[in-house]
Design a protein around this ligand. Structure first.
Ligand SMILES: [Zn+2]
Length: 546
């Protein structure tokens, strides 16, 4: 008997570099080759692999013949917690006895790091980047993030300036707060640590070099800038997004998709523009119910993307966003977990973060977070004291402030607890998969070498094969198709061999089909029935005379 290789634990001690992600996914695949295989979606702009784990019980059939659930993480560079949450699910699926039956029936595709280049920049420097690290059109007088003092980190710079909008917080000298008309100096202007491209020496320094937000580059309702910040040049113009789009569109078996992000903790559901009124009413109810399963396991609030904002702002409309793509283009119930930010770990709820009305309210929350941080025995380095530095362009500045790679997510121990919850949500969501089966298959000799063949094609899973009502008429969600292939020498007597059954409803959806064939004397093998079940998976069965 081959020696069993131990499935590695996922350490929640530090965020992973690209190499560490690579090592971890490779070790999962080598520990359980019967359940987990490693491949790639393609390469990133900087030539890194976009790792794909395909997790299923390979002894019970090929992945492409099973209903599929896709998980992606870390599309946004600093949201490194998403990689860990996705890897946690991958690791649990391999070791959790309770899901061995599920892995016989369905496949999980897991892309832990959709943005390996951006994440590498964030994990190594802590610098600010939304999605793409290079800037395709460097603008004059624009500041680009660089490690100017050579400490390996990209944090913030502050400089005394008569127009500076910040002062040192009298209550917590580590913090900068907004300057008011009656504030006492010194006044600081705050910039990201970096260099100014083709600086003309004036105060007009822009920090708004072109940004890319890949969660605005999906195809549904894509809008160019300035209508939608970060949109890119056209839907799926970004290489990595093209890879995931091609993967998704070549998988008619997908019935569920989940994305991992970090922001104030929430279970997000569609829509990402407009309102619930734009969606099918029953679909809204169903995705609300599904999202509540996520809430049950994480204690996060369920929020439609359009409502994910502070109470003083109007509803947001995110164009080219994953949620509307998933619902309107794929016909699926898609979700994103916002895994939280450091404030959530400090006990400041998403509701409290969104309820702030003024800048002072927000400053108060930051003070609260720092007090909590001071009390922690083991604490992540979220803050770096201000250190003087002679900047090659700006002269005397100080460098320090918050490290985004840590403040952008929950603490790592907290992340472990949250990942346990999101894993349970995934299992419960995934267990509702459509399941197309062949039942009551029989062949009856009618005399004279004529046989009647009957089979019931059923969906015994909870979701219908069109998953959502929206999916009912989408070409992408393939209706159930039955192919009847007579064996060699066997003749089909019925008018019709193949059938398109349309979609099958959940649990009780079925169709009984019947064929007549004539077989040569002594022929045992009559035919093969192949069912292409779309989201419900594919099945095939050989039918014999005896
Ligand atoms: Zn995000």
């Amino acid at each position: 008997m081959a020696e069993k290789i131990e499935i590695p634990e996922l350490p929640f001690r530090a965020f992973f570099t690209y190499q560490e992600v690579t090592d971890f996914v490779s070790s999962l695949a080598s520990a359980r080759p019967d359940l987990c295989r490693l491949s790639t979606l393609g390469k990133s702009r900087a030539d890194r692999e976009m790792h794909l784990l395909t997790i299923t019980d390979y002894s019970s059939g090929a992945p492409e013949d099973k209903p599929a659930y896709l998980i992606h993480g870390n599309i946004h560079a600093t949201e490194l917690s998403g990689t860990h949450a996705a890897l946690y699910t991958a690791r649990q699926l391999l070791s959790d006895e309770e899901c061995s039956d599920l892995l016989k029936n369905i496949v999980f595709y897991i892309v832990p790091r959709l943005n390996p280049d951006g994440a590498e920049f964030a994990v190594t420097t802590s610098g600010p980047v939304r999605s793409r690290t290079d800037r395709s059109q460097p603008e004059p007088n624009t500041l680009y993030p660089r490690d100017v003092n050579g400490d390996g980190l990209i944090i913030s710079m502050r400089q005394e300036h008569p127009d500076g909008s910040f002062i040192v917080d009298p209550e917590d000298s580590r913090l900068l707060i907004r300057r008011k008309a009656d504030s006492q100096g010194p006044f600081y202007r705050v910039l990201p640590e970096g260099e100014i491209h083709q600086w003309d020496g004036t105060d007009h320094i822009s920090i708004d070099g072109r940004g890319f937000d890949w969660n605005r580059n999906w195809s549904y309702d894509w809008r160019p800038e300035p209508d939608q910040y970060g949109a890119g040049d056209f839907p799926f113009s970004e290489l990595e997004m093209r890879h995931i789009a091609e993967f998704i569109h070549s998988r008619p078996n997908l019935f569920g998709v989940l994305g991992y992000h970090t922001g104030p903790a929430a279970v997000l559901r569609p829509p990402s523009t407009g309102s619930d009124d734009d969606l099918d009413e029953k679909d809204v109810r169903e995705m609300e119910d599904l999202a509540r399963i996520g809430a049950k396991y994480t204690e996060f609030p369920v929020i439609p993307v359009v409502k994910y904002h502070g109470k003083r702002s109007k509803d947001i409309n995110l164009r080219g966003h994953f949620h509307n793509f998933g619902y309107h283009h794929l016909g699926l119930f898609v979700f994103e977990f916002e895994l939280g930010i450091m404030m959530n770990s400090a006990g400041i709820t998403t509701e409290q973060q969104f309820e702030t009305e003024t800048e002072e309210d927000r400053e108060e929350l930051t003070r609260k977070m720092m007090k909590w941080w001071d009390d922690q025995e083991e604490r992540e380095p979220i803050y770096q004291p201000w250190e003087p530095f002679q900047h090659p362009q700006l002269g005397e500045v100080e460098i320090g402030g918050f490290l985004r790679r840590h403040t952008a997510g929950p603490t790592l121990p907290d992340l472990k607890r949250i990942s346990e919850g999101t894993y349970k949500f995934t299992l419960e969501h995934a267990r509702k998969h459509p399941r197309v089966v062949l039942e009551d298959v029989q062949s009856d000799a009618m005399g004279g070498q004529v046989f009647r063949i009957r089979a019931r094609i059923a969906n015994r899973g909870e979701f219908p094969t069109h998953v959502s009502n929206k999916g009912r008429n989408l070409r992408r969600l393939r209706p159930v198709r039955v192919e009847f292939h007579p064996a060699e020498g066997v003749e089909l007597l019925s008018d019709q061999g193949h059938y398109s059954l349309g979609h099958l409803s959940g649990v009780t959806g079925s169709r009984l089909l019947e064929w007549f064939v004539s077989a040569p004397e002594g022929k045992d093998e009559l035919c093969e029935i192949r069912v292409l079940g779309g989201t419900g998976g594919n099945v095939r069965r050989s039918i014999r005379a005896s």
